[in-house]
Design a protein around this ligand. Structure first.
Ligand SMILES: [Zn+2]
Length: 339
């Protein structure tokens, strides 16, 4: 089969990879209908994370082709969406709703779903079948549920977004934009998107943003304070993962407020004394997408949310190198790859 590997930073190739096989009786094999490039794939692309001939991709939807002997909830022919982390969905951590930290967790990124097929470990605890074969226009949204929507959704839950609250969103990538959509769904009164790109501002407004703040860093914090009577937001979603974005999030939050952080942390160091006096709640990490998948699939199926709008470029899998370039140069918000 054909699949994407990161040969070295900045060098994305589509190569012949071995066809996946059932290894464990809990595995499924899917034919990938759609995959995509994640903002987090740009860390190795830019040489910040290591990668040498690494299979790429952790987001996917597809059709089940084969299942191991112990798989009960999905069968060949089912259309499925799955989390970017495989989980058993039965251990104590999963039962508490933190499937991305399952005691048997397996990273789909190691398997690499930017490919024609993929082995899905722990299929029963990882995949959710859709109610039927989806209409083609639903596929981007179902794919978004695999990571960026589930992650934005978790960020909103972690930030305790709710009716009457003011929410600020740091980061205007796909996750930040879908954090806006999630905040809207949870009934936030005011949603402030922090973005300096016109196309992303437009999508943020479409998803429910009521205000746009173009400033970042301390100037951005000052604007949030100005918009909230000097108090800061009740809930802040952090969807970048840098020192600047994390401090921007914490400083934009009012005492007693909540930060939901989902940007993969890169060299972030929190000053203890400032954290102590901030009085804010911090919660986040790798989103337990599997917790939310059944609900997200239903909302998409019923056409109540349209998160697939974050895909502003679709390319054949063979053009994966161009997909990475477009995301790296911020010419595209998110690129869908069609095997
Ligand atoms: Zn588990």
């Amino acid at each position: 089969m054909r699949g994407v590997v990161m040969h070295a930073p900045g060098d994305v190739r589509v190569v012949d990879r071995e066809d996946p096989q059932i290894v464990q009786p809990t595995d499924a094999i899917i034919r990938v209908t759609a995959a995509c490039v994640c903002g987090s794939d740009l860390w190795p692309y830019r040489g910040i994370d290591d990668a040498t001939d690494a299979p790429m991709g952790h987001e996917y939807v597809g059709v089940v082709e084969a299942v191991g002997a112990e798989v009960k909830t999905v069968k060949p022919g089912d259309f499925v969406a799955g989390s970017f982390m495989a989980s058993d969905n039965t251990c104590e951590i999963c039962q508490a709703g933190y499937q991305s930290r399952c005691v048997h967790v397996e990273s789909m990124g190691r398997i690499g779903t930017q490919a024609e097929r993929a082995r899905i470990p722990l299929a029963d605890g990882t995949l959710v079948a859709t109610p039927g074969q989806p209409a083609p226009e639903l596929i981007p949204s179902l794919l978004a549920a695999s990571d960026v929507l589930g992650t934005g959704w978790f960020a909103a839950v972690a930030a305790e977004v709710g009716p009457g609250k003011t929410v600020a969103v740091v980061g205007d990538g796909a996750v930040g934009l879908l954090g806006v959509l999630s905040a809207k769904h949870f009934g936030a009164e005011r949603i402030i998107a922090m973005s300096r790109h016109a196309d992303r501002q437009d999508l943020a407004r479409e998803f429910g943003a009521t205000d746009i703040v173009e400033e970042r860093g301390d100037a951005g914090v000052a604007r949030i304070k100005e918009l909230t009577g000097g108090l800061g937001a009740h809930s802040v979603i952090e969807a970048v993962g840098t020192q600047e974005s994390m401090m921007q999030a914490i400083r934009s939050t009012r005492p007693g407020g909540h930060v939901g952080y989902v940007g993969v942390s890169h060299d972030v160091q929190l000053p203890g004394r400032e954290l102590f006096f901030s009085g804010v709640h911090l919660h986040g990490g790798p989103a337990p997408v599997r917790r939310f998948l059944p609900e997200l699939i239903q909302l998409i199926w019923d056409r109540r949310i349209d998160p697939g709008k974050v895909f502003d470029l679709t390319l054949p899998l063979e053009d994966a190198a161009e997909a990475y370039r477009a995301m790296d140069e911020r010419r595209a918000i998110k690129v869908l790859l069609q095997p």
